[in-house]
Write a protein that binds this ligand. Sequence first.
Ligand code: NAP
Length: 522
Amino acid sequence: MKLQSYVGGRWVEGSGEGRAFIDPTTGAELGRVDATGVDGAAALAFARETGGPALAALSFAERGALLKAVADVLVANRDAYGEIARKNSGNTVRDAAIDIDGGIGTLKFYARLAQSLGDAKTIVEPGQDTLARGGNFAARHIWTTRPGAAMQINAFNFPSWGLWEKVATAIVAGVPCVAKPASATAWLSYQMVADVIAAKVLPEGALSIVCGVGKDLVGALTAFDSLAFTGSAATGEMLRSDPAVLAAAPRVNIEADSINATILGPDAAPGTAVFDLAVREVVNALSVKAGQLCTNIRRVLVPAEHAGAFADAVSAKVSSFAVGDPADESVRVGPLVDLEQRDIALKGIEALKQEADVVCGGGIPDGVVGADAKAGAFLAPTLLSCADPAGAKAVHEIEVFGPCATVMPYRSVEDAVALAARGGGSLALSVFSSDGAVAKAATVGVAPFHGRVMVVDDEVGRDHTGHPIVMPMCVHGGPGRAGGGEELGSLRGLRMHMQRTAVQGSPTLLSALADDAAEAAL
Ligand code: NAP
């Protein structure tokens, strides 16, 4: 099997040998992905010239109906996607659901949101500012669709959610998309897009896909296009500083890696509900999707007097988890996405070991269920403990993209906040505390360094959505090292694809503009 690309309104095959994508449980090749000769410039031009006008002609509600139709196609084929996720991403049933249902759920959320905006094609912000004493000259801010295309480059760990969360906001805004999945797991993105194209539920040119690294994916971006990238900080930096990107200045959004933390408040002692809730969350971090979530907990900040008990509680749970073939129902932890990622993770663990002790795991498991531990990309759930986090460096800087986290003792809440900030800007942080003053101080202290903060107390209990889980109504992205980007967040996600313009004129003109627009704060 060789994955094709859908560009210019037709499926084309790369002319090269391409790169293999594998089954990470066995290491066996499943197929090839190749976009040699696929022209990014032509793909963007077709999207702009054919998909753009077709989407721009539709109201928000009609675009919402398109997303609903896309979601329906995906729901109808859901079982096949689970199978691909198992084979190519090493996902257990639960892991696959997070990616596949996360994508479908985000499409449905934006479908409803778009439908709530009705027949409008523009948005007007609430409120009007008077600019002349006589009241005959005023200003309002309006949002209109940018006339470009969206280049959307995704990471390997969310071939469904990463694809659809980006497409959803762009389509609502009326902007056509050229998606580029990561090669290692492009099969699922390819199959989903192929089903949507075959179902003819989108206007021609609204959605294209490049499987493999095509020519000029970012080199042909113009000022009114956008580039949304999710992946490692290193690739993000390279794309952001591409001379063509710097010269054309398209909108750029970078979602990169991040050394996220969780903080247990001083009240989170063994025996309390919040302690148990935090244990549960770190156990999830060391097992769900084999730890390959960008928002995952990597550093666990625990009051010094409870650090040992916390590490023991987590270790006791994850040490009993079966690692192995995700097809086996007893397996909690599948393989990493490929052998290269496993080897990078092993290297990262070695670097962390210079500053931290191994509590459990630490390498390739001795035995795995239903597979060969070395032929597949397996890594044992690994918990480390760093006695001197203030003096350490690597634990705040190296993201081991697998089931790995480090426990760090702290002495005061200020100390914990300062340690969290050592991540240099992160996507998500959680606080487990039922002491209101601690929860508030920690939240305000870490907020400048984080895109999202989740606080769990006795009132919330188990009813939270999970530290790593991105909700479409909340913004996703983080400052600094996390890329400085922002996606989703209900209508806020449309900012990337629309232009805000301050319109100054007579109240009569402003009210005529508002007549056809949806009023909303973005
Ligand atoms: P990556 O190696 O940086 O690759 C990301 C994407 O960039 C892939 O689609 C890759 O394509 C593409 N790419 C690489 N070079 C390119 C070029 N010259 N032109 C155009 N595209 C290019 O990252 P990854 O290994 O897939 O993902 C893992 C990382 O992503 C982790 O560090 C994780 O933390 C981060 N992540 C962040 C978020 C977030 O929302 N912030 C979400 C998920 C993951 P190929 O695969 O074809 O090379």
